[in-house]
Design a protein. Sequence first.
Length: 416
Amino acid sequence: MTKSTMKLGINGLGRIAKLTLWHHIGRKYFSEIVVNIGRQVGTSLEDLACFIEKDSTYGSLQQYLYGYRGKRLIENLNEKSGSMTIDGIPVKILRSARNPREIPWRDNGVELVIDSTGRFTDPTIPADAPGGALRGHLEAGARKVIHSAPFKIKDKSRNMPPDAVTTVMGINEDDYDPSRHVLISNASCSTTCLAFMVKPLLDAFGSKRILTASMTTVHAATSSQQVLDRSPKAGATDLRKSRSVFNNIILTTTGAAKALRLVIPEMEEIGFIAESVRVPVSTGSLIILVVDLQDKPNGDTITRERINEIYKEAAAREKRGYLMFTEEQNVSSDIIGYPLAATIIEGSETHTRTADISFDLARVQGFPKEGLSHLPQAIVNIPITKVVVYGWYDNEMGSYTCILGDQTVRVADLGL
């Protein structure tokens, strides 16, 4: 049963937008959903209905929601008004405006919008900027805008506006202040997974004992990649993005490290590197987190069992299922569509290795040289444990879209 009389707006109908529509059709919190595409699709509204109904990764909408008992859920198509009913929820399709400030949200009674186009990432750009801006939704009638990607401020001299915030459900959702924030970033799928891998370690050891950290995401393909090789666009600096996603493992970049600092400020104190490798699967990704921890001098060595216990306890505390721990031997397809699991820790692959690292105090910046004469030796050995943790995530539906859905409902519940 519908829980709210509020209407939800969705800008775009790419991967995350389409799955967001699926999520809220199944959730039935919003009374109506208005989707802006800003262009004609196919030859009729029926063509668009077929696109919404079928998915190459997750199957059909009716089977996703109801399994083998599912029957077609889309009916009452009206070409003139762009309306249809999906599993009892009225859905209206807008097909005229691409610029956010020109989308008729106000005329359609929409006050809460999810922008999933990936085009409008800078929260500092004004609503009337040429080419459009995220703030344009506010001018068009929305009171809150949730951005399904990290914010990216192009002008590095500018700071994050006070009315914008980045949150990950289960990590820092309380940073959202409904009286102040109108632009909310839901970060990225990789940042979401990574946050649930890092936070338990920070809670257990503190930032002072984490010397360095790095992560590599082995990431599924995305729609920004090419099906077949093509010539690079003018000015392109990364030639690998124009290579076929079917046939290659492709090195690329990720903004997960920058976004992580926004949701877990303690990461500012830790040297952190994030890398990304794209592989030819449709969804189902993996983060490999490597952390160097300083052991305590009492010989309490950090072991694999202790690390796994930290994640088990953290998963037990997280009642919504965002963090899961398993000692099964999974492959990427096993975690596709898993509801609400931001991160699934593969405990059977957790590794630790402890070794003494030698430091020459005479070469340590700021160490008083006169103090060396009072020490028995200038070389000290510090026990360091390297920890490797593997975390699975369904980068499209389970690990991102479902948590984005929770974020959206929470914003609505707290009032616009």
